[in-house]
Ligand binder design. Structure first.
Ligand SMILES: [Zn+2]
Length: 292
């Protein structure tokens, strides 16, 4: 199969492929969670899953209703010769590779902005209120997050001239990676270290879900692990500590975090200050202060 027919196959089958990869990974890694969980404590599925499933459904509907797609915009940019990688001097294969790498950098940048800008944090913090983490956390996002990040993604995709094929391949890869990085699975240390040279692993992303703010504000990468290392936001802690991390937000840990209705209104709510302030032992639940 040459590149053109591969691309046309991806285009015609893109949505079914995306769903098959996402739900396939959800089922496969969900089974793996049952067999080899990193955190073997009570993961409170019955309480957490309805809200996570509700947000996943809501986001599928919102994404489906978006009037523009990044692929369509990239097609337009390619046809008009707009953007860096659409310049004739860039060889197609180099444009494809650079396009995928840059697409992952855009994700990293948007995620950092979600944490650093107070207005965006109000939207993104829904994802961090889950006090446990497993495959169901993957699409626990407020629909506003897609509405806010889409225009940024479209603008950057045009400016960089990311080839449509790079976007098609990246989105499918990202669908699998999103489920993988949220999975509560135990991976042998050597395999985690090897994978982490290139990819974000579940142990690496779990630190991002820690309730201790300096850890919440680290490991922003969604697919490639390079950006955190390059921009100094990378954090690693010993494996036994990762498994025992206190996840979620220190500010809110009660039943509200499992109410779909409460989560949808969260951008408009005030959460107050976190108890324990900057105390890592209290917030992260490690060391003497470990508590769930
Ligand atoms: Zn985050």
């Amino acid at each position: 199969m040459d590149a053109t027919s591969f691309e046309s196959m991806l285009r015609t089958q893109f949505e079914p492929l995306q769903y098959a990869i996402f739900f396939g990974a959800l089922v496969l890694l969900g089974l793996f969670e049952a067999l080899a969980a990193m955190d073997r404590g009570d993961v409170a599925r019955r309480r957490r899953w309805p809200a996570n499933a509700g947000l996943t459904m809501l986001n599928i509907i919102v994404l489906g209703a978006m009037p523009v797609s990044v692929i369509a915009v990239a097609d337009l940019a390619a046809a008009r010769g707009w953007g860096l990688l659409n310049q004739p001097v860039v060889p197609p294969l180099a444009a494809l590779a650079a396009g995928m790498v840059l697409r992952s950098l855009v994700s990293y940048g948007i995620h950092v902005a979600m944490h650093k800008l107070p207005l965006l944090w109000r939207i993104h913090r829904i994802h961090h209120t889950d006090t446990r983490m497993d495959v169901s956390t993957t699409v626990r996002f407020h629909p506003f997050e897609f509405v806010v990040s889409m225009p940024i993604l479209l603008a950057v995709a045009v400016a960089l001239g990311i080839p449509p094929l790079a976007l098609l391949v990246y989105e499918l890869f990202d669908a699998a990676m999103a489920v993988f990085t949220h999975a509560n699975v135990r991976i042998p240390g050597w395999a985690d270290r090897a994978l982490r040279l290139v990819l974000v692993t579940p142990a690496m992303h779990r630190i991002h879900h820690s309730a201790w703010r300096p850890e919440t504000d680290s490991n922003y990468g969604a697919t490639f692990s390079w950006w955190d290392r390059l921009f100094g936001t990378y954090r690693a802690i010993p494996a036994p500590e990762v498994a025992g991390l206190r996840l979620g937000l220190a500010e809110v840990r009660d039943r509200r975090t499992t109410s779909l209705w409460w989560l949808i209104g969260l951008p408009f709510r005030s959460l107050g200050a976190a108890p324990g302030g900057d105390d890592r032992a209290v917030a992260a639940g490690t060391g003497a202060g470990r508590a769930r």
